[in-house]
Design a protein around this ligand. Structure first.
Ligand SMILES: NC(=O)c1ccc[n+]([C@@H]2O[C@H](COP(=O)([O-])OP(=O)(O)OC[C@H]3O[C@@H](n4cnc5c(N)ncnc54)[C@H](O)[C@@H]3O)[C@@H](O)[C@H]2O)c1
Ligand SMILES: [Zn+2]
Ligand SMILES: [Zn+2]
Length: 391
């Protein structure tokens, strides 16, 4: 079958790979109808997560049709239209029982890759390197879904493929940031990053009752998109004084909840950016936590900061003093999608949550290398490139 494989930093190709087979009784095989790029893939392409091998199939967000099920799969039948959570979770271990699905003890079949330097590690994820289980990704005609009863969710009739596709990752990730960030009715919420994840976090904050939601980025087209489709305010950090504006828009205190949806390749200007870039290139500081620092600095005293952006390891100049002295709550997580996806699909069916505007570019899988280049370089306003293996 056809698949998009990684061939070394920034080198991608569509080639033939073996079709997936059922390996365990709880597996299903899904024929992929749509699969989409994610900001997390850019960390892999850039070589910031050094556990990819040449020939690995990329992609972790997808929707498709069940074509084969193992004997223990109870909730799905051949022919079902399903959207699959990007994280692989067993549904039975202690972490899954706490609804911390991305921390599943069984989802990652290769935990030792990073356990020794960092302690117990997170679960498994499709197409996301050998550190997260080495599972083949979804930018392919077919994909094996382990624990299919847990990870695959039927899409309600009336919700389009294009909308439901984002229930795989961006929508539950954003929802988790607002939910576990503790957004309450009446709050002022600031979101750094107007990519798919930041936009979904902002919409979640609105739906959870926030009074003002402010999305911060430097790309006006993304900010306009957030204003038009999500009902939020925006702030361009290149043309505005973010600190002053946030104080102004929050009664002089600062936002109650700050959600960071940018991650380890944060952009910034000024001397701080050179410091981070040089140290990142020399591999002395794997992550450039510019937006995380901004979120911490600008949050009100006693407020809450949630890190949705992916970080790999160590950072410098982290404002720990501000976290402590301002009495902040600081949290982060990979998405616990299983906890939110059914609720999000219902909201999609009621038109409360729209996502399809994120799919700015749709193309056959054969054009995926060009799609990644557009997504990475934000060419032609690309927010997400969607690939159709049958297209
Ligand atoms: N926690 C999870 O489970 C999870 C799931 C999916 C994605 N992610 C992570 O979330 C982050 C965002 O993902 P995405 O798909 O939206 O990425 P994206 O690349 O599409 O968007 C990131 C946005 O951040 C903006 N940005 C860069 N530097 C900034 C700064 N200093 N201040 C404000 N904005 C800035 C960029 O202009 C861009 O619009 C990534 O790090 C991704 O890996 C995490
Ligand atoms: Zn993703
Ligand atoms: Zn589990």
């Amino acid at each position: 079958m056809k698949a998009l494989v990684w061939q070394g930093a920034d080198e991608l190709a569509v080639t033939q790979v073996p079709e997936p087979q059922l390996r365990n009784e709880q597996d299903a095989i899904i024929k992929v109808r749509k699969t989409v790029t994610c900001g997390s893939d850019l960390h892999l392409l850039g070589g910031y997560l050094p556990f990819m091998e040449r020939g690995d199939v990329l992609g972790h967000e997808f929707l498709g049709e069940v074509v084969e099920v193992g004997p223990q799969v109870r909730r799905h039948r051949v022919g079902d239209r399903v959207v699959v959570c990007s994280f692989i979770s067993c549904g039975r271990c202690w972490y899954c029982q706490q609804q911390q699905f991305s921390l599943c003890d069984n989802g990652n079949t290769n935990p030792a890759v990073i356990e020794s330097p960092r302690g117990p590690m997170l679960g498994g994820c499709y197409g996301y390197s050998h550190a997260l289980g080495g599972f083949a990704g979804s930018h392919a005609e077919y994909i094996r879904v382990p624990y299919a009863d847990q990870g695959a969710f039927p899409v309600p009739d009336g919700v389009s493929d294009e909308r439901a596709l984002f229930a795989s990752d961006a929508a539950p990730t954003g929802w988790m940031g607002a939910d576990l960030g503790g957004v309450r009715p009446g709050d002022v919420v600031a979101v750094w990053g107007a990519g798919g994840v930041g936009q979904m976090a902002a919409r979640a904050a609105v739906l959870l009752g926030a009074e003002r939601v402010i999305v911060i980025d430097r790309f006006d087209d993304r900010l306009r998109m957030a204003e038009t489709h999500l009902g939020v305010e925006t702030l361009n950090y290149q043309s505005h004084d973010v600190g002053g504006e946030l104080l102004e828009r929050s009664g002089g205190r600062g936002p109650d909840v700050c959600i960071e949806a940018v991650g380890m390749e944060s952009h910034s200007t000024g001397p701080q950016s050179w410091y981070d870039q040089i140290k990142q290139q020399l591999r002395l500081e794997p992550d450039a936590p510019v937006a995380a620092r901004d979120a911490i600095h600008n949050c009100r005293k006693g407020g809450s900061v949630f890190l949705l952006g992916v970080y790999a390891g160590l950072v410098d100049r982290f404002p720990l003093g501000a976290v402590m002295n301002k009495g902040l709550t600081l949290r982060g997580a990979q998405q616990h999608g299983h906890r939110y996806i059914p609720m999000l699909l219902e909201r999609m069916a009621r038109d409360e949550l729209v996502t399809e505007h994120l799919a700015t570019h749709t193309m056959p899988l054969d054009q995926a290398p060009q799609g990644y280049s557009m997504f990475k370089n934000r060419i032609d306003g690309c927010v997400r490139a969607v690939f159709e293996p049958a297209g």
